[in-house]
Write a protein that binds this ligand. Structure first.
Ligand code: NAP
Length: 281
């Protein structure tokens, strides 16, 4: 078994991103800029936002943080977003989700143009991904592709199974693997014979949010296993969707939790921001 070290790759990529951000500043006379908008006081969202701002500092990206009260009205938030969209200092805009219930998430997010949608969530970016055209790819699945590449795992011709079909992980993951010439199956809560389907995978990506759900009998000998899950086990300890201790005995490569996909996600946000800046006029 080989461990796929997301923490090490993330650190390596952040050094490269810092160099790229510095080069951008030398060439353009302005910094790469990321705006992060947080509405309300959700504790988990506050931690995520803090970590994103820290990652900006680490990579030489200028962060613009907007912390708005939970009762912020739609017009107010839209006015702020329109201002950020127009600003030449801001290359990426991120609205931390979930938004408070009274705000229409879809309407709010639609104010962010594809070129500044560094989360890669908008319909235009998702559509471009589906058509294998230039786009901005959602951070978590893109991070998985970077990990596969780093470890010399080429999906071409392989059987890939993606467990989970969310818009932010499962679906874009499946499209990326398909674009990389894998033969892809997407599974979800209604899939029959889940065990057999998973056990057919050369590459198994799991993103369902169920602690240690994938057991050794669901994994083919020698498979590459990527665990996107971030769950709590029976003792409240952070764990993934994969029963790591058993599955590692069968996998050729496996990501740990923590230290696997997680550290790559924020790094890919920085990557997307530098990319958006480099594409800006
Ligand atoms: P989500 O939106 O809740 O989607 C979960 C998916 O898993 C759904 O498609 C669901 O099927 C499927 N599913 C749930 N239970 C299942 C079961 N028993 N058998 C088969 N399929 C099942 O979750 P998400 O946002 O994609 O996140 C998934 C996990 O990844 C979570 O643990 C989350 O915390 C983690 N995550 C980690 C990162 C990171 O940076 N490491 C980033 C994002 C998410 P249906 O569609 O049929 O309901």
């Amino acid at each position: 078994m080989n461990l796929i070290d997301g923490k090490a790759l993330a650190a390596e990529m952040r050094v490269q991103l810092r160099e790229q951000a510095e080069r951008f500043y030398e060439e353009r006379g302005r910094r790469v800029g990321l705006a992060v908008v947080l509405v309300g006081e959700d504790p988990a969202s506050q931690v995520y936002v803090r970590n994103k701002i820290k990652a900006c500092e680490e990579t030489g990206i200028q962060s613009f943080a907007y912390r708005l009260p939970a009762d912020t009205q739609e017009e107010e938030l839209i006015a702020l977003l329109d201002k950020l969209v127009a600003s030449e200092d801001i290359h990426g805009i991120l609205v931390q989700l979930p938004l408070p219930k009274h705000l229409d998430e879809r309407k709010i997010l639609s104010r962010i143009p594809a070129a500044k949608d560094v989360d890669g969530f908008c319909a235009q970016n998702v559509g471009n991904l589906a058509m294998n055209r230039e786009t901005i790819v959602a951070c978590t699945p893109y991070g998985v592709m970077k990990m596969l590449e780093k470890y010399g795992i080429d999906p071409k011709g392989k059987t890939a199974v993606v467990l989970g079909r969310s818009n932010i992980v499962g679906k874009p993951m499946a499209m990326l693997l398909l674009n990389a010439d894998a033969t892809v199956t997407v599974c979800h809560s209604k899939t029959k014979n889940l065990k057999e389907v998973c056990a057919s995978a050369d590459i198994l990506v799991v993103a369902i949010g169920r602690a240690k759900f994938v057991t050794a009998d669901m994994v083919k000998e020698g498979a590459v296993v990527i665990d996107v899950g971030m769950d709590r086990d029976e003792n409240g300890k952070l764990c993934g969707d994969v029963d790591f201790d058993r599955v590692k005995e069968k996998a050729s490569y496996i990501t740990p939790v923590p230290g696997g996909v997680g550290p790559m996600t924020i790094t890919m946000l920085m990557y997307n921001t530098v990319l958006a800046a480099s594409r800006s006029k």
